[in-house]
Design a protein around this ligand. Structure first.
Ligand SMILES: C[S@@+](CC[C@H](N)C(=O)[O-])C[C@H]1O[C@@H](n2cnc3c(N)ncnc32)[C@H](O)[C@@H]1O
Length: 478
């Protein structure tokens, strides 16, 4: 039976989570609030664990309007208790669904432990692809640092592939050999995690809310508190817009990828950039400043029928990228080269998509300012991408502002332009709304690129913008 869930999301990522749960889980009753997406879906871990744009996944126990608490603290405690624990049957139902999901999780972990983190990609799927086809004849740069044709690796991933099976692929006898979830026979241990803001925070600290709710749970259900290693976490979020109570499905956040050894860009942001690139079967995708390869790893895992190329000019970054690619079992899918984004070793119009996390200053190994280099970087991306192909960039807010003010992109009928967050793409692109003086004062002209989308996203400490444009056919770019 379908159940209610919610997924926490980084700021600006809610629209990606909404789209993903709708597409992948056929979720219904999808509701977005700041930082969370609530939805109804089947409690099937095999599908739920493939949500890539969310941070953490919870089973929703209750969502309501904001709590209005009496000023008297004693009365406020009673109101809080009544709100959170008032319907014990809902807690018991939620607990049984959660226990079932834990059983599925244990089975999944058992299988992963047995075979390691294996790739679902079949080795044969990339057999006809070879990068030399796309290399510039006169190219002297671009040392290949990861060889996907390496026979030992091919054998290893074939062996892994043979071992790889999902829970649903196990036969009945093997299912019987798996450890059975024993949650039902063990007492529940729990802890309460609270976040309070607005009016509630004026009455209670999060610790006080935790103590009130924790005490009621002990009394009502007889569960045992355990602050260090509880079997169940009770998540309570009270603010001026809504109140939410839920149980996290797993200790490990969805956003923590088992297959990434060396972390770079946030995995959820990298995944979102891949989804904007509209990758099709056989697509050739380039990250020309790939760092440790997060964008490529996320894309290759999600769209296993593409071919992925990473370029970076830094040996240490490439070394970490090679380790990541091997660790993820993706050496059949991702090829890494040493080279510069300013002189890419590929023939013109050879890439179906270019996805790139433009460094925010410090990481660019050049004495030149990034604002000065951006036009040359985009020009080189424009050269290598084919007509109709997407360029998806992650830019600092400052660099994005610079792009909006100083770059002119080709005109479009504006029909397909979308934006989220505070950015209006029509300002970057449209030019129907901008006055002529504004347009003429722009210093960098990219008539063959059409700006399509921009999304403000949070990277934790900083804010950034994902910007997407497409290469137009010649008739449109005139
Ligand atoms: C923001 S980091 C990319 C991070 C990457 N998305 C990840 O997850 O690791 C930018 C990368 O650009 C590389 N870089 C700097 N200048 C470059 C150039 N001229 N050509 C190619 N790569 C360059 C840096 O070595 C760095 O790895």
């Amino acid at each position: 039976m379908p159940e209610r869930f919610f997924c926490t999301a980084g700021r600006g990522m809610e629209c990606f989570v909404t789209e993903e749960v709708t597409q992948k889980l056929s979720a219904t009753e999808v509701e977005t609030v700041s930082g969370k997406v609530l939805f109804t879906a089947e409690p099937d871990l095999c599908r739920l664990r493939f949500i890539k744009s969310g941070e953490r996944l919870f089973l929703l126990l209750k969502k309501g309007s904001p709590l209005s608490l009496p000023k008297n603290k004693g009365k406020a405690c009673s109101a809080l208790r009544e709100y959170v624990i008032g319907e014990p049957h809902m807690w018991l139902h939620c607990l049984s669904v959660w226990q079932n999901l834990q059983g599925q999780l244990q089975q999944h972990q058992h299988i992963c432990g047995k075979v390691g983190i294996a790739s679902k990609r079949k080795s044969g799927s990339v057999s006809e692809f070879h990068i030399s086809k796309y290399r510039k004849q006169d190219s002297t740069v671009g040392d290949k640092v990861c060889t996907f044709q390496d026979p030992t690796h091919k054998n290893m991933s074939q062996a892994e592939d043979q071992n790889l099976m999902d829970i649903e692929e196990l036969n009945a006898t093997e299912q019987q050999l798996l450890p059975k979830p024993h949650m039902n026979t063990h007492p529940i241990t729990f802890r309460v995690s609270c976040r309070c803001s607005g009016a509630t925070a004026k009455v209670f600290t999060p610790q006080e809310v935790g103590a009130v709710i924790g005490g009621s749970i002990i009394k009502q259900f007889g569960w045992k508190p355990d602050l260090r290693m509880p079997s169940l976490e009770v998540f309570v979020h009270l603010n001026d817009l809504y109140s939410v109570v839920g149980f996290p499905i797993s200790r490990q956040p969805l956003a923590k990828r088992d297959y990434i050894r060396n972390t770079g860009l946030r995995s959820t942001t990298a995944w979102a950039m891949g989804t904007l690139a509209e990758l099709h079967v056989g697509a050739l995708v380039l990250d020309p400043m790939c760092g440790v390869g997060t964008i490529l790893l996320e894309a290759a895992k999600e769209w296993p029928f593409g071919h992925f190329l990473g370029v970076d000019n830094n040996d240490l970054q490439l070394k970490s990228a090679v380790s990541n690619v091997k660790g993820a079992g993706l050496d059949g899918a991702i090829e890494l080269l040493k080279g510069s984004v300013l002189d890419l070793p590929f023939v013109s119009e050879s890439m179906d998509a270019v996805i790139c996390d433009i460094p925010f200053g410090r990481k660019f190994t050049s004495s030149k300012n990034m604002k000065d280099l951006l036009p040359d970087i985009i020009r080189e991306m424009q050269r290598v991408v084919r007509v109709g192909g997407a360029i998806v960039l992650l830019l600092s807010q400052c660099l994005h502002h610079h792009l909006k003010v100083n770059f002119h992109f080709g005109a479009t009928d504006n029909k397909n332009i979308t934006h989220s967050g505070n950015n209006s793409v029509s300002e970057e692109n449209g030019d129907k709304e901008a006055n002529k003086g504004d347009i003429l004062s722009r210093t960098h002209w990219f008539d063959s690129l059409i700006a399509l989308e921009s999304h403000s996203v949070s990277l934790g400490v900083t804010e950034a913008v994902i910007f997407k444009c497409k290469k137009a056919p010649p008739s449109l770019s005139l």
